[in-house]
Design a protein. Structure first.
Lengths: 267, 155
């Protein structure tokens, strides 16, 4: 489906958020955690998580880190530029299932992008959940995404927001250290918590370890996996992960389901 | 006279420590506070104390020629600050600065070392707890060194 760039915002030195609208037809609904295949004409196609508000499906929001030919071309699209969209694909964060529980959201780097729709959904029906904590780690203060959202979320009394960077720069007054160091002091009841985790795989490995050390059961930890998705419908096999296809069976998995494969090398 | 024993017992570092050990440790403890911006100690100074943070945040800093003062890590409520008091030559390896108002319990290192020499079961308990902290900080530092956010698939 062709879409047009309605707005673009530069998040960081190498990351841009694009807001798309249907070019001639209406955009469908999506669930938090799902992704689209975005196609730049003449360049190629990449899977990109949806990072907007599920309550506003008419506006499709994607945050793109420009690291290759296709993502670079996506990030350079001007307002009015056209992009092909296939999707949404994949599984979603268990927002409904988390009702009545505390929720801890652990994001590393651009991993905040697929978690933002979950946060929007959680906050839209805030009364249905216990404590909610967002623990967010980035490389430097200049690499933090969604600074305006973070400021707004920080001002809420019903949401704990802890942000840390691996390397501080002048003027940074927040935490310094890896995101996993925020887990021991976050306020949540481990036995009644659902954890949503997204970031580089090594960061997720250490995060799972810390969550387990706090007593969060494996079945309540959810991870968003990233692999080389191509077809988006479990046919081409590019994103095979053990017995799963990440595009169809994921990207969001309960940790319990993928635990046997999580630490296998070359998988 | 009121002692600091209840505060020590409430701090995560001394969780489940035996009562008689807490009573001994309370004799080496003092309540302290630091204003925002105040240095708690500086690199190279004698390490006489360690701190159980009860409130606020502390930046661990190093002055690097040509790059200024770099924050290596921040620690806060529930954390422990400093283990140089435990190992000769008892000198701090970095600066510690209160980022905001900090309330802490200061533990006298020399007093503690003497108590640990007198009671090796207390000494073993303390060293086990510090080894756990050192192991956690080492793991966190390793992860920091990996620069995990800098490497992504190139599509």
């Amino acid at each position: 489906m062709p879409c047009r760039v309605r707005a673009r915002r530069r998040e960081t030195r190498d990351t841009v958020t694009l807001e798309l609208e249907g070019a001639g037809s209406e955009l469908g609904e999506f669930a938090p955690g799902q992704f689209n295949m975005l196609y730049v004409f003449g360049v190629g196609e990449v899977p990109i998580s949806i990072s907007g508000d599920p309550a506003r499906p008419g506006r499709l929001v994607h945050t793109v880190r420009m690291v290759g030919a296709v993502t670079g071309a996506l990030g350079r699209l001007p307002r009015g530029g056209v992009v092909g969209v296939r999707g949404p694909f994949g599984t979603s964060w268990p927002v409904e299932e988390a009702a009545g529980s505390d929720v801890v959201v652990v994001a590393g780097g651009i991993g905040l992008a697929p978690l933002r729709p979950a946060l929007y959904s959680l906050l839209a029906r805030r009364e249905r959940f216990g404590r909610i904590a967002l623990l967010y780690g980035a490389r430097t203060p200049g690499d933090l995404l969604y600074v305006r959202d973070l400021q707004r979320w920080r001002s809420r009394m019903d949401l704990e927001v802890d942000v840390t960077v691996d390397a501080a720069t002048d003027g940074w007054r927040g935490d310094v250290g890896v995101v996993t160091t925020l887990i021991p002091r976050a306020r949540f009841d481990p036995t009644s918590t659902v954890a949503l985790v997204c970031g580089p795989e090594v960061m997720m490995r250490f995060t799972v370890r810390e969550l387990q050390a706090r007593g969060v059961p494996d079945g309540r930890i959810y991870l968003s996996m990233e692999r080389n998705m191509h077809c988006g419908i479990g046919q081409c096999g590019h994103c095979q992960y053990g017995p799963f296809f990440v595009c169809r069976d994921g990207p969001v998995f309960p940790y319990q389901r993928i635990a046997p494969f999580f630490r296998l090398r070359e998988l | 006279m009121e002692t600091l024993e209840p505060l020590l017992a409430a701090h995560p570092f001394f969780k489940d420590l035996r009562r008689e050990h807490l009573q001994v440790l309370a004799g080496c403890a003092a309540n302290v506070r630091f204003e925002a911006g105040q240095y708690i100690f500086k690199e190279g100074e004698e390490a006489k104390t360690f701190y159980l943070l009860r409130h606020g945040r502390v930046a661990l800093e190093m002055a690097v020629p040509g790059r200024g003062v770099l924050t290596i890590q921040t620690i806060s409520e529930g954390d422990v600050l400093g283990w140089a008091w435990l190992f000769p030559p008892y000198r701090w390896h970095f600066d510690a600065r209160a980022v905001e108002l900090v309330r802490a319990i200061a533990m006298d290192g020399q007093c503690l070392r003497e108590k640990c020499e007198q009671d090796h079961s207390l000494g073993y308990e303390l060293v086990k707890r510090f080894a756990q902290i050192i192991q956690e900080r080492l793991q966190a530092t390793r992860l920091q060194l990996l620069d995990v956010y800098g490497h992504v698939s190139h599509r």
